[in-house]
Ligand binder design. Structure first.
Ligand SMILES: Cc1cc2nc3c(=O)[nH]c(=O)nc-3n(C[C@H](O)[C@H](O)[C@H](O)COP(=O)(O)O)c2cc1C
Length: 197
């Protein structure tokens, strides 16, 4: 579970991801639910050394740069071992917050989560579901702002790129539009009943 908003208890996306975590714990009592609070973890942006460490094909260099690849290795392994990925994020400036992009840059890795093949790109993160929990001030599922949504199309595309194609979305939208904000969370909580978990 990837939670991105820095707004703690005020966060709409976290309110919904908390409910999803509760439902998962009820449905699968033995399951391990791993939660990453990206607002607290401050994942690094890729620097030159990390980039080399995670992309080199030279085994000697790979060994010498092992420590720099550690965080990416760990996050990638967690993702590959998981059955369900929940990503709860606000829309910021029509896209995802950079904290989430930092996570994506660490886990979308050639040879680990995707690989180039003769027939194109092959996603290696197979047999998983994903749930996107997306909070926004405006409304993007319909109306004039629809084409301004660079969150859901991007997340679906990058997940498909690494092989995750079973993706469901829960929206909490209109949080900056008072009459919609009043019921947005309620509607999102109701929508949880329709999720296949
Ligand atoms: C820095 C920042 C940028 C935002 N940009 C947008 C935006 O581009 N479009 C939009 O509809 N809402 C935008 N919002 C509103 C948030 O998406 C909205 O408040 C949402 O509920 C935040 O999710 P959270 O409650 O989980 O923190 C922005 C909010 C912040 C703080």
């Amino acid at each position: 579970m990837i939670e991105v908003s820095p707004r703690g208890k005020d966060s709409a996306s976290r309110a919904v991801s908390n409910k999803i975590a509760e439902r998962l714990a009820d449905l699968y009592p033995g399951a391990k639910i791993l939660r990453h609070d990206l607002a607290a973890e401050h994942l690094p942006h890729l620097d030159g050394t990390t980039l080399r460490a995670i992309s080199t094909r030279d085994p000697v260099e790979e060994e010498s740069l092992k420590a720099s690849a550690h965080q990416s290795d760990q996050l990638t392994n967690e993702l590959l071992e998981s059955d369900l990925l929940v990503m709860a994020t606000p829309m910021w400036n029509f896209g995802i917050p950079s904290a989430l992009k930092a996570w994506i840059d660490l886990v979308v890795r050639p040879g680990r989560t995707f690989q180039y093949s003769d027939s194109g790109v092959l996603g290696l993160a197979k047999n998983k579901k994903a749930i996107l929990v997306l909070a926004s001030g405006g409304v993007f599922t319909e109306g004039p702002w629809r084409s301004w949504d660079f969150v859901e199309p991007y997340l679906r595309q990058i997940l498909a790129f690494i092989g995750i194609v079973d993706v469901q979305t829960v929206r909490i939208e209109g949080m900056n539009i008072p009459p919609l904000a009043a019921t947005a969370l309620l509607r999102a909580h109701q929508a949880l009943g329709e999720l296949s978990l």
